[in-house]
Design a protein. Sequence first.
Length: 444
Amino acid sequence: MNKIRSAIAAAWLALSLAGGAHAQATPAPAAAPAVSAPVSKFHIRPVDDAWRTSLPRNADAATQAYLDRLPADVVARSNAYFEGGYWLQLWNFVLGLAISWLLLRRQISARVRDACTRLGRFGFARDALYGVFYSLASWVLSLPLDIYQNYTREHEYEMATQSFGPWFVDQLTGLGVQTVAFALALGVLYAVIRRTGERWWLWGTVATMGLMVFVVLVGPVWIDPLTNTYKPVSDPVVKAAVLQMAHADEVPVDNVYEFDASRQTTRVSANVSGIFGTASVRLNDNLLRTSLPEIRAVMGHELGHFVMNHIYKGLCEFSLLILAGFLFVKWAMDALLRRFGAAWGLQGVADVAGFPLFIAVFSVFMLVTTPINNTLVRTQEIEADRFGLNLSREPHGEAEADLKLTEYRKPDPGPIEEFVFFDHPSTRHRVHDAMQWREAMGTP
């Protein structure tokens, strides 16, 4: 998923940022989640069509045959990368709490609020100016971890293609988008809190979801092109294959677009974005370098997200999570403000200077509910996989793409591990679904 897209979605939410979860991982519901895999170094034992045809009909045996093509060093490297992500979730969470503590404990936040009050005549202007400050401060304080997590580590695992200069320019572009988003989001959120009093948690949820819908609407048009170039797919075979699947399910598109993700990463990605009757089918240039069965399988999956209205369903599901989170924030902030509010220079929940406390408490809620959030997303991914199999009729294309996920996603986790940490089904799960479809349909 485009990094700026993730940043602005999180900024609109303003609250789930410190939870540090999808990314990568926290998949923002702003777009149907993409299927990703690196293309530069498969390290998977190659096979031909005769091998695929000779696979056992039994789904369990065929799945194991696919997984046996993964060399031990590939599995070990994948496990190390993915399990390291568990620790990064924790460090991002701890860093978020530390930033909030720094801003509150030394009354930096209260002093910035006072300065913003002198500069902004109205409450919205003051809160928007504070949003600018918080965006810049949190970005600077998080920069060392961000460089390690998203630049150094990605290069160590050979999944990044940018040198530091272009990478940092992209980060600055994302910062600009994030800062504008924070300004608007905090201006709207705190205006709602002031006007609705004790029921701010309910109307704050409504406002937050409205902002997220706005992100879904403008992201593909105005945000994504800031760091990538989009153009119609030049390969007529790929274009015809994808449009044939789209039209079979009445997806209202007449073109397919590609974008130059290879300038940043070796992973493939694709999405079908759009709401309110619009749709845009997009895949990156790394995916175009794979086989046609894999492209059909991946795009069948992405079309499934659109046809099954996963964007709308995801927004509705996440709104319930936000509602519960805001209720938790109300309870916790009321208690914390009674005890520490005066020492921190805060004037109540409607005081924008309390935003670091707001986001710290909300991040605790998001961390605790990580398995719930991941399960909601993972369920949609499973549904899209099965839709894609019925649409593309490419079980081997699906399995081949799934094997490539082992470059950055642990292929065979335990059931508890998958439930807690996986926002997509594991490689074993996805290959097994493909082989079950193959067995049921009686295809080669």
